[in-house]
Design a binder for this molecule. Structure first.
Ligand SMILES: C[S@@+](CC[C@H](N)C(=O)[O-])C[C@H]1O[C@@H](n2cnc3c(N)ncnc32)[C@H](O)[C@@H]1O
Length: 192
């Protein structure tokens, strides 16, 4: 999987990299019930659009991606935006090894967990659960069905429940209506 993402970044083929922060994250950061800025963790941060956005809104951001080119691009974008999220090249299923620490009040994953191999998803869940503070928000987006045979990414609601329901309350699940362009769905979880 790492090889595939590295190749895509090398070829400049990164259709997810819209440069636009989704309204679902903006709601948490700037909406009527905006959370007080704290520590945020962006898992599979790509070129850093959302890590930079959160840093611009006063959050202390740690953002991780395993593709060196993605992290380099994120660093350049952050420097241009004059913010300094902590950008780490590493595997989000090994958060302990990366020394990310704990106390995160917001965890964000836009399109990373759904492509993590099944065998590593328990490790991902354990790491995220350990890093999050009680009451933390966790916003995840993933394909609930493979959008095409060549895209190996899928995350079902049942799997989210199985991975997280012990330590997290599932606050809301939405998306996937027929009008959506992709078979994707948002999950909002809250750390117990
Ligand atoms: C679909 S892209 C989304 C990137 C970013 N969240 C965005 O919305 O622009 C998924 C990202 O997750 C990264 N990724 C996938 N598995 C990972 C892992 N195990 N550890 C770290 N990064 C990972 C990929 O390199 C890629 O940048």
């Amino acid at each position: 999987m790492s090889f595939m993402f590295r190749t895509m970044y090398r070829l400049g083929f990164k259709p997810w990299d819209s440069g636009v922060t989704p309204p679902e994250l903006k709601e948490i950061i700037e909406g009527p019930d905006a959370r007080a800025p704290g520590k945020a963790l962006d898992l599979g941060c790509g070129t850093g659009t959302n890590a930079i956005y959160m840093a611009q809104h006063g959050w202390e951001v740690t953002a991780i991606d395993f593709v060196p080119r993605a992290i380099a691009m994120a660093k350049a974008k952050a420097a241009a935006a004059k913010v300094a999220p902590r950008l780490i090249r590493g595997d989000v299923t090994r958060l302990d090894d990366l020394g990310v620490g704990g106390g995160y009040t917001l965890v964000f994953d836009l399109g990373c967990l759904h492509s993590i191999p099944q065998a590593r998803r328990d490790a991902y869940a354990a790491g995220v659960t350990k890093a999050a503070a009680p009451g933390a928000d966790f916003l995840v987006w993933g394909f609930y069905a493979r959008p095409s045979p060549v895209i190996n990414a899928r995350l079902t609601k049942e799997e989210v429940e199985q991975l997280f329901s012990k330590a997290w309350e599932i606050v809301r699940v939405w998306g996937g209506e027929q009008s959506d362009r992709f078979p994707g769905r948002w999950y909002h979880l809250r750390r117990r």
